[in-house]
Design a protein. Structure first.
Length: 68
């Protein structure tokens, strides 16, 4: 588990990610990330591009199932 410290950024709050997390999430400056609420009050952080690619793959899978 990686611990992150919440920091004040301007009038809001922000997180500074270690380089290993940045690489695993394929993040760059200006990228959007998604924070998904999971069961039992936990959260998952995902790169928005990766999430969209997964959703497209699921939709395409459903479309091929209906064709069969």
């Amino acid at each position: 588990m990686t611990e992150l410290k919440v920091k004040r950024v301007g009038k809001g709050l922000g997180l500074e990610f270690p380089e290993e997390i940045v690489e695993q999430l394929h993040l760059g400056a200006g990228d959007d990330i998604c924070l998904e609420q999971m069961g039992h009050g936990s959260f998952r952080l995902r790169n928005r591009t990766d999430m969209q690619a997964e959703q497209i793959a699921l939709i395409e899978g459903y479309m091929h199932e209906e064709d069969a």
